[in-house]
Design a protein around this ligand. Structure first.
Ligand code: COI
Length: 355
């Protein structure tokens, strides 16, 4: 899929905003930023509570050069998606889990955090104000990016006294340039993603910059993404740059346990619950890199990624190939998840929120 870069919304402020759909080439969406109409923002007071917050036109923001985010990396991201169902309803998937994860991350990073209600309010307002950017059914989703960052100044190393919670969105389709095709992963043996006691388990912005070089090298060699090993022993697999990983071995599904260095993905959690419902056995534990040879299927999960089949993993220059295509376990789990998210499969678990 081609990437739609910086789609300029020349229609902002006109009656066009009330149209059902924005002027987007829905068949050619990738994961590039498409500018929408509005964003939501609120700031915290010194004692840590957040103000009510409001929508403004999507655009650049002003920051104090001494802001905590710019100087000391106090920042968290979230990722969630709003889907348009066949019946026109707009649905969010387990949004309160994102709100809670942001709160946990904020504690780890010494930041104020919005309450679950304030988080939900910001997300809902952003989706409703940008509803014409929610793609038609089957054409993708409105990806939402809630941000929390230190906006107050700190010169010496210290936690900022003021934080900004901001939500923006962009219509997206497939995260990888492979589209719905299988991914070819490369096991990175030098650069770790996370370490014990670090921030691997929270969505700190500082988890991403340090792996860009590993990604750049792997992509230059034709791989889709990188699979990281644990920093301590370099013996166990952990996760991919922006997704969790699963192995399918017969009726058993295996994934690395969230032991503090792995991000507890909401798609990961949901896929585990779906797999258990479907009668699979799920093992969350250490997964030695050698075990990759024993799997029939491998897949990645993430909000941005969805459930993506892995076609091969290269480790020590040897390439392991996996089953991809129709009728496989990955496919079954993906259809269940997407069905629930888009409202075509009945939501018996109260996972979906209509807004
Ligand atoms: C998501 O899946 O939503 C993420 O946040 C991963 C990412 C950094 C693109």
């Amino acid at each position: 899929a081609s990437v739609v870069e910086e789609h300029v919304s020349e229609m902002v402020g006109t009656e066009r905003e009330y149209e059902e759909y924005a002027d987007v080439d829905w068949d050619n969406l990738g994961f590039g930023l498409v500018r929408t109409d509005y964003m939501f923002a609120t700031k915290s007071y010194r004692e840590g509570n957040f103000q009510e917050g409001c929508l403004s036109r999507y655009g650049n923001i002003e920051l104090n050069p001494a802001a905590g985010i710019l100087n000391y990396g106090q920042g968290l991201i979230e990722g969630m998606k709003a889907y348009r169902g066949e019946d026109g309803r707009i649905l969010l998937f387990r949004p309160e889990l994102n709100a809670m994860r942001m709160k946990e991350g904020a504690e780890r990073m010494c930041m104020h955090s919005p309450s679950v209600q304030q988080f939900m309010e910001g997300v809902k307002q952003t989706v409703l104000a940008n509803r014409r950017w929610v793609p038609p059914p089957g054409k993708g989703s409105l990806y939402l990016r809630p941000l929390l960052f230190g906006s107050g100044p700190s010169l010496g190393v210290s936690a900022a006294l003021e934080y900004t919670f901001l939500v923006f969105g962009s219509p997206v389709q497939n995260y990888f340039k492979e589209g719905t095709g299988a991914l070819n992963l490369y096991v990175e043996e030098v650069i770790p993603r996370a370490y014990r006691g670090g921030t691997g388990a929270v969505k700190a912005i500082s988890n991403y910059g340090p792996v860009l070089e590993a990604m750049r090298r792997a992509k230059a060699r034709g791989f889709s993404d990188v699979l990281y090993l644990d920093a301590e022993t370099k013996k166990n697999i952990e996760e991919v740059s922006a997704s969790n990983i699963f192995l399918v071995k017969g009726n058993t599904i295996v994934t690395p346990a969230t032991n503090g260095t792995i991000l507890g993905g909401i798609t990961r959690k949901s896929v585990i619950e779906i797999a258990l419902d479907l009668g699979y056995k799920v093992e969350e534990r250490n997964v030695p890199v050698e075990e990759l040879k024993e799997a029939e299927e491998v897949f990645c999960t993430g909000t941005a990624t969805g459930v993506a089949s892995v076609g091969s993993i290269t480790f020590h220059n040897s390439r392991i190939e996996y089953n991809v295509g129709d009728g496989i376990v990955t496919q079954q789990l993906r259809s269940m998840l997407v069905g629930i998210q888009t409202g075509s499969i009945q939501d018996t678990k109260d996972w979906v929120l209509q807004i």
